[in-house]
Design a protein around this ligand. Structure first.
Ligand code: FES
Ligand SMILES: [Fe+2]
Length: 316
């Protein structure tokens, strides 16, 4: 295996990335997506299944995400109505009997799970190497639906992922007292366990315990417990970037229904999470990447995290 330097994370890492929320794609809906330096089109067929194809038509280059229409399990290009099946093949040209052999678009592996649409990215088109988890709470009547958002961040996703081991930033950036903190790396998983006391913006203090797990470089689930007053929360996010463009983070939070929680306290909880995230964003958007960083003994396992992250760049 070729040794990677930790400062040349070029291109995009292999992994599952959330590119849409399920409720953005009704039956027969289409979405124009810009990810991984390319244009893609996602659509939900009349059979309810989401498919993702390269977005530009091989005929004369129209964007199928800008006005394409769904017919059965296929999508029709808005320009001259060539029709493409979910496997990428052109199956109909309304004004021509003969379909050119090469008339096909690229396709991408998709998993729709937990109300999220994940795309498997591999720079050479390789098959998925791991799975995304099923969240037992998703869809349960005890939990509220996702509240989701999208934010563009001018940084490399390696910075976002690194946050997971950075024990020393919680106090200065978030005003959080960390009590216990540990990290575990297992194959494609990077886990953070963290408990302590948070000081919400609205005043007061909350004990919290969280376990945040990256499933590959692009998808993280955080299980948060507020003790005792706050509702428990689950949060999903992903981020990615190449050196040229910003990372897009799609984040979603779901809360357990609690009799004591009011609409206002629920909103307050999520607003605080958002504020906390924006505190990180401000750092990321303005920092330089140090390789090697100048670390002290009490820093978190930054280099272990970088080694873990680098495995997704060694394209098999
Ligand atoms: S560009 Fe798509 S059908 Fe012509
Ligand atoms: Fe942070």
């Amino acid at each position: 295996v070729a040794k990677r330097r930790f400062d040349d994370f070029e291109g995009f890492p292999r992994g599952w990335f959330v590119v849409a929320f399920s409720d953005e794609l009704p039956v027969s809906g289409t979405l124009q997506l810009h990810y991984f330096d390319r244009e893609l089109v996602a659509y939900r067929g009349e059979d309810g299944v989401v498919r993702i194809l390269d977005g530009h038509c091989p005929h004369m280059g129209a964007s199928m995400g800008a006005g394409g229409t769904v017919v059965g399990t296929s999508i029709v290009c808005p320009f001259h109505r060539w029709r493409f099946e979910g496997d990428g093949r052109c199956v109909e040209i309304p004004y021509c009997q003969e379909i050119p052999k090469k008339a096909a678009v690229g396709t991408w592996p998709v998993i729709e799970r937990n109300g999220l649409v994940h795309l498997w990215y591999h720079p050479k088109g390789g098959e998925p190497e791991f799975d995304v988890p099923t969240l037992p709470n998703h869809g349960s009547s005890e939990w509220l639906p996702w509240r989701h958002s999208r934010i563009r961040i001018k940084t490399h996703s390696k910075e976002i992922v690194e946050n997971v081991v950075d024990i020393a930033h919680f106090e200065p950036v978030h005003g959080t007292h960390v009590g216990t903190f540990d990290n575990e790396f297992k194959g494609h998983l990077a886990i953070q366990r963290n408990s302590g006391i948070a000081y919400p913006r609205g005043g007061g203090k909350d004990r919290f315990a969280l376990e945040a797990t990256y499933y590959g470089p692009g998808f993280q689930i955080s299980d948060m417990r507020g003790v005792p007053a706050q509702p428990a929360c689950e949060r999903a996010h992903d981020g990615r970037r190449r050196d040229a463009g910003p990372a897009v983070r799609r984040g979603a939070e779901a809360q357990r229904r609690q009799r004591r929680a009011t609409r206002r306290s629920r909103k307050g909880y999520i607003d605080n999470l958002t504020t906390g995230f924006l505190e990180d964003v401000r750092i990321w958007e303005n920092k330089a990447y140090r390789q090697p960083p100048l670390l002290c003994k009490a820093d978190g396992p930054i280099m272990k995290l970088r080694k873990w992250y680098s495995q997704f760049y060694d394209a098999a």
